[in-house]
Design a binder for this molecule. Structure first.
Ligand SMILES: NC(=O)c1ccc[n+]([C@@H]2O[C@H](COP(=O)([O-])OP(=O)(O)OC[C@H]3O[C@@H](n4cnc5c(N)ncnc54)[C@H](O)[C@@H]3O)[C@@H](O)[C@H]2O)c1
Length: 420
């Protein structure tokens, strides 16, 4: 049962008259801004990045994604989406404030500086009656013990009485239009029950999928970490099986295909590592919460180490493949095709390519990188000599690191003769 204190915000959500501010307009914030604008809300997209604000205000997507490239101009045309750099001002004009800023791990330690900075700005501007939702991935207790006191201090308002605060972890999978924000169930947890109920009502007003309300924000915070860490651990297991297969001389693909014929086998492929903003960092968020409470999560940390080893192993495999053909890595021209962290995205954050390319260069190879999905700004972060597909395919060794759809169209005849 929702009490009278939240009546005003609930009415605005119901009538779609609430102004929604999205703080942090990146891979999560941009699709979310479109979701709310599409549902009929007026949306203020607030980001400290000048380029993102300028492009959004021209009706252009700053992310190279086929769906966003079409939907940003379409939604911009409705007049319900505008971008600003001043987060406090945006918060002061808004009824709902959704925070989706980065939560990286620096030296394996959660870095909450973006959360703290954005919440300080929001707190300075937010008005009585607002709902604040943290969508960034954080560890259990962050909303309750860091975000809440910070918002209260900056705003002079009291949580649960003057404003509402909840966590709703984003479960979006970039590059995957099938499991989009509209159809994926959302998990919500409030720092108090009233906040959880208001946040549930908010998401029910925009998505078709089920909204799962948990008893508190801590549980919602942990749920996201558990989902992502399960993937990291499962990938590590399959990567380890690939290493075992190499040693005993068995074809890992044949083995995994056979295993996959059983209904309960977790199907995934060995990889050159695990990248992106989430999977390599989230286990350290579990570590933080767990260690603070006196427990070291051994399995999770072992999996992390194994996945971190895979880019180095990929370099070993390249070196061995060349040697098997009587060539040396030193002096060879190696093409790395696909520098994004996974297929069909432009994101290079913590991508295996960012370890593999410098390792190859260190060992004396001449490396050329090519990725039709990644823009020049992101290509530069990989520190390789960037080239078009045709030039890259003319190297001594072509390494397809990522299964982009565009690569599946390459015919073997396009690859240089006698290349590996
Ligand atoms: N990328 C994903 O696939 C994904 C999926 C689920 C959850 N998440 C989580 O969502 C959060 C955001 O991830 P992302 O990939 O969208 O990050 P991102 O880097 O793409 O976007 C974050 C944006 O926040 C902006 N920003 C930083 N500090 C700010 C501040 N003080 N005020 C306003 N804007 C600020 C940055 O300029 C940037 O544009 C993270 O916690 C991440 O773990 C990401």
């Amino acid at each position: 049962m929702i009490s009278a204190s939240s009546e005003s915000i609930r009415k605005k959500i119901e009538g779609k008259t609430a102004v929604v501010c999205i703080v942090g307009v990146g891979y999560v914030g941009l699709p979310n801004a479109l979701l709310f604008a599409d549902a009929g809300f007026k949306v203020i997209a607030a980001d400290v990045n000048e380029r993102i604000v300028a492009l959004t205000n021209k009706g252009e997507s700053h992310i190279n994604d086929p769906v966003l490239n079409k939907s940003v101009p379409r939604v911009f045309e409705t007049g319900r989406l505008k971008a600003v750099r001043d987060v406090s001002l945006a918060a002061s004009d808004s009824d709902v404030i959704i925070i989706s800023v980065p939560t990286p791990a620096e030296n394996n330690e959660p870095d909450l500086s973006y959360i703290k900075n954005s919440c300080a700005s929001v707190g300075k501007g937010m008005r009585k009656g607002a709902l604040v939702v943290i969508e960034s991935t954080v560890y259990p207790s962050v909303c309750r013990t860091i975000v809440k006191p910070l918002l209260e201090k900056e705003s002079g308002l009291e949580c649960g009485k003057d404003f509402f605060l909840a966590h709703c972890p984003e479960r979006l999978n970039p590059g995957d239009n099938e499991h989009n924000v509209m159809v994926t169930p959302r998990v919500v947890g409030g720092v108090d029950m009233e906040s959880g109920l208001v946040a549930k009502a908010l998401y029910e007003s925009v998505v078709d999928a089920k909204i799962v309300l948990l008893s508190n924000a801590d549980a919602a915070e942990l749920s996201k970490l558990v989902e992502n860490t399960q993937r990291d651990v499962n990938i590590a297991y399959i990567n380890e099986i690939a290493l075992v297969c190499e040693k005993i001389g068995v074809d890992v693909k044949e083995v995994l295909d056979a295993c996959s014929t059983k209904w309960n086998f977790y199907k995934t492929k060995p990889s050159s590592g695990v990248g992106g903003h989430c999977l390599p960092n989230n286990p350290y968020y579990i570590l933080k919460a767990s260690q603070t409470n006196g427990f070291y999560p051994h399995l999770i940390m072992t999996a992390r180490k194994l996945n971190d080893f895979m880019p180095f192993h990929t370099v070993e495999l390249i070196e061995k493949a060349l040697e098997d053909c009587g060539k040396k890595l030193k002096g060879s021209r190696i093409a790395i095709l696909g520098v994004a962290y996974k297929e069909n995205v432009d994101d290079v954050r913590q991508a295996p390519s960012r370890v593999i390319v410098p390792e190859l260069v260190k060992k004396g190879a001449s490396v050329v990188i090519s990725d039709p999905y990644v823009n020049e700004v992101n290509m530069q972060k990989v520190h390789g000599e960037s080239a078009g597909l045709d030039e890259a395919l003319n190297a001594d060794c072509a390494v397809f690191l990522v299964a982009h759809d565009a690569f599946k169209k390459i015919a073997p005849s396009q690859i240089k003769a006698n290349a590996i």
